[in-house]
Design a protein around this ligand. Structure first.
Ligand code: XMP
Length: 507
């Protein structure tokens, strides 16, 4: 197991991803929460940081249980930290060093730089520089602007690099991490999806025994993988509930339910469309809609979970990015842009014990585990779809008629993406129905009908996104079929806004 101490760098999760790509398990902890018991960790990596070691409030954790005792690698701020607090000198550099640089004078005899080529490209992102190395340090490599680009401490397995090995632009970064973790720390590259499935299934059996577990399926990747994993461990004792809120894609409820049953899951489909749509009638405020949907979902789920007698556990498809404790750099709370979860009071099902079998995995790892569980590619490669569904894509109030129109439009768009081989090139796609009518002409008739928006974005995590440059021929064909096939729509537009400043969904 590897510990990554986070000093608030935007790249910390990327370090973790790279380590895991080497089939080595790792955890991220904030710098001010160094675990008491370090015996499970075979290596420690110190991340970068937006702080300067010279500033008053610079993170300053106690590494006495780590440095000199466990193989240690300082990256960027981590390297400066190891210099500054151990007799070296860190000072502002004359030139701010950002972007690509070439690593030269590499000591190739080092295990650390094993098979790294002299002149290899590395990525720099810092404004301080290490002017004097700490006590006992020897320089291992330089760049044109940075003399002390890499050093190690003699007599210890302590290494420090000014550049970022985790970013794509550091060409041999992954090999450097591998050298450190495998050759120096002696870690085994045995953390594979198959191994994860095997150990997790065994652990779930042990933890849950013969108890009953309830799980809410959404059709999405995370809840599906969590369900299949639990099913493998406890079989029919897993009770899955799949709720139709009346705001799903066209045919989604029945198709997905059939698929789940086909996979052998013990799943109950609950059609609560009327409850949701009645509660939403006449409401057009985006936040109110979200709150209503959240509340009705909880009511429905609570009712259903009472039907499963003696349930002891609630399973959730939570993944690692949701549980990593972040290091607050600004100090202040972030503004609520959209409310995703709104839990008023504690419904009964929330009093159950919680089991989250995926909570240590990143999204791409969930997909790999899913593949190892033989879940089909189409389900694993599915675009994200928001919990409130089409409600936040119908601007203004929601009616059954509008839902039906949008379902048709969305189906033409999404099926078209699949037919044209574009679906997997897009991170998320969908259509919005606008609360405006515009004038058109069909045949010799004047029309005054609805306008729909198509949106397709590329992203890695939904936090930032850019619109996709879909082929004109595809957009033309799609627009034609929507207007010809969906009564009530006479205009189609394509959204070319990035996030930020826009968001992916319109509400
Ligand atoms: P925004 O619109 O905030 O969306 O740019 C970012 C990502 O989050 C999804 N999204 C949601 N997912 N419940 C969800 O499960 C929600 O309430 C919700 N709101 C937005 C959105 O589809 C996009 O992938």
């Amino acid at each position: 197991n590897v510990l990554i101490l986070d000093f608030g760098s935007q790249y910390t999760q990327l370090i973790a991803r790279r380590v895991r790509e080497l089939n080595i398990f790792c955890e991220i902890k904030p710098y001010n929460k160094v675990p008491q018991d370090m015996s499970v960790y075979k290596a420690v990596i110190l991340s970068g940081s937006p702080f300067s070691v010279r500033s008053e409030d610079a993170p300053h954790p106690d590494l006495s249980q780590i440095k000199g005792k466990i193989p240690l690698l300082g990256v960027c701020y981590g390297a400066q930290y190891l210099a500054h607090f151990h007799g070296g000198l860190v000072a502002p550099s004359n030139t701010r060093e950002y972007g690509r640089a070439r690593l030269t004078n590499i000591k190739n005899d080092e295990r650390f730089f094993y098979e790294i080529t002299d002149g290899t490209q590395v990525w720099m992102s810092h404004s301080d520089t290490i002017q004097k190395l700490p006590e006992g340090a020897v320089i291992m490599a330089s760049t044109g602007d940075v003399e002390n680009a890499a050093y190690r401490i003699e007599g210890e397995d302590t290494y420090a690099i000014q550049f970022h090995p985790e970013v794509y632009h550091t060409t041999q970064g992954k090999l450097i991490l591998e050298n450190f973790l495998v050759h120096i720390a002696g870690l085994k590259q045995s953390w594979t999806p198959d191994a994860f499935v095997e150990t997790t299934v065994a652990a779930l059996k042990e933890k849950i025994g013969d108890d009953k577990v309830i799980l809410g399926l959404s059709g999405g990747v995370d809840s599906t993988v969590a369900a299949v994993l639990l099913h493998k461990a406890i079989g029919k004792h897993l009770h899955c509930i799949f709720v139709n809120n009346g705001l799903l894609r066209k045919n989604e409820f029945q198709d997905v339910l059939d698929q789940y049953q086909h996979m052998g899951l013990n799943v109950k489909g609950v059609d609560a469309s009327a409850r949701f749509l009645d509660a939403l009638a006449g409401v057009s405020d985006p936040e109110k809609k979200r709150k209503i949907i959240g509340k009705v979902f909880i009511d429905v789920f609570d009712d259903e979970s009472h039907l499963v007698e003696d349930a002891k556990w609630l399973a959730q498809g939570t993944i690692y990015p949701d549980v990593i404790e972040s290091v607050s750099v600004t100090g202040g709370p972030s503004a609520t842009i959209k409310s995703h979860h709104n839990v008023g009071g504690l419904p009964d099902f929330m009093k159950l014990n919680v089991v989250e079998p995926l909570k240590m995995l990143f999204k791409d790892e969930v997909r790999r585990v899913g593949a190892s569980l033989h879940i089909d590619d189409e389900r694993l490669g599915r675009h994200p779809f928001p919990g409130p569904g089409l409600a936040i894509r119908i601007l203004g109030d929601i009616t059954r008629e509008k839902v039906a129109i949008l379902q048709e439009v969305d189906a033409i768009f999404i099926n078209g993406l699949r037919e044209w081989g574009l679906y997997d090139k897009v991170w998320q796609a969908g259509a919005m129905l606008l609360p405006v009518n515009s004038v058109g002409v069909m045949g010799d008739e004047r029309t005054y009908e609805k306008c729909v928006v198509l949106r397709a974005v590329e992203s890695t995590d939904g936090m930032t996104a850019d619109w996709v440059d879909l082929p004109y021929a595809f957009l033309q064909k799609t627009s034609n079929s929507i207007i010809n096939k969906v009564p009530g729509v006479n205009r189609v537009v394509y959204d070319i806004s990035s996030k930020p400043p826009a968001t992916i969904e319109w509400e």
